[in-house]
Write a protein that binds this ligand. Structure first.
Ligand SMILES: [Zn+2]
Length: 259
């Protein structure tokens, strides 16, 4: 029987009957794994604290069939403030739903796990505006998934600082307004509708997004933007991520409904 000693973050839980749960846990080296937790919902279970949604814990596990089973567990961090605030809870749920969607078993997910932990820590401690955290997370997770945009300047004329530019989301390239006029038929049909997903970036938005794509992971939130840029920043980064992973999330809709 395969044994595994690992740290892991509980990113999803499925309730089974009165006392059992199936946990989806993101680990650094074994990727996303499923843990069958018999009796862990019981108040008398010694694994209860370590197996809550958003708990980051150390696990001693055995694998049988498709599931791991817990021999031992030790809570490292429970992100207490997230559990006691509905808005933070719903944002953290969305963060973990994205993590669940973009990860697989038996892959090195250490970078993504670090990003999720940094993001949950920032939400828990209110280090930044929640919408700024959401925006930066969405863009950075897209980068980790291989969709890093090139925001260094116009794709065609290489102007490093265009006043206004269009980000072609699926290509991940920036095209300045001057260059886009020459190739408008690539972007807009005769009725004026866009043929492909794009976002408009002014210099403030572009430099914030560029910072997030290039910063060291531990510093990806260490930037400031004016209050009036926070909403467009979060919206642009959301559009960027969701177009690449080709889906939406109920948890995101709920979070936005109570924002
Ligand atoms: Zn150009």
């Amino acid at each position: 029987m395969e044994e595994l000693s690992t740290r892991g973050l509980v990113i999803h839980e499925t309730q089974i009957g009165e006392y059992d749960k199936i946990l989806t846990v993101l680990t650094p080296d074994a990727g996303k794994i499923s843990i069958s937790g018999k009796g862990i919902k019981s108040l008398r279970s010694r694994h209860m604290a370590a197996t809550q949604l958003f708990s980051y814990s150390h696990f001693q596990l055995r694998k049988r069939g498709n599931y791991y089973y817990i021999d031992d567990s030790d809570l490292i961090e429970n992100f207490y403030a997230i559990r006691s605030d509905l808005l933070k809870f719903s944002l953290a749920s969305y963060i973990c739903d994205v993590a669940n969607d973009v990860t697989v078993e038996n892959e090195d997910e250490s970078e993504l796990l670090r990003l999720i932990l940094n993001t949950l820590y920032a939400i828990d401690k209110s280090l930044k505006d929640l919408e700024l955290i959401r925006g930066a997370f969405q863009l950075r997770v897209a980068c980790i998934c291989g969709f890093m945009p090139d925001l260094s300047g116009c794709r065609d004329c290489h102007d490093p600082n265009p006043t206004h530019a269009t980000l072609d989301i699926l290509d991940g390239n920036l095209i300045c307004d001057k260059c886009r006029k020459r190739i408008d038929s690539d972007f807009i049909d005769e009725r004026g509708d866009f043929l492909r997903p794009v976002v408009y970036l002014d210099p403030a938005l572009r430099s914030a997004m560029q910072y997030v794509t290039l910063a060291r992971l531990e510093r990806f939130l260490s930037f400031a933007i004016d209050d009036d840029v926070i909403d467009p920043f979060a919206t642009c980064c959301e559009k960027y991520l969701l177009n690449h992973i080709e889906r939406g999330f109920y948890s995101l809709d709920f979070y936005k409904s109570i924002l």
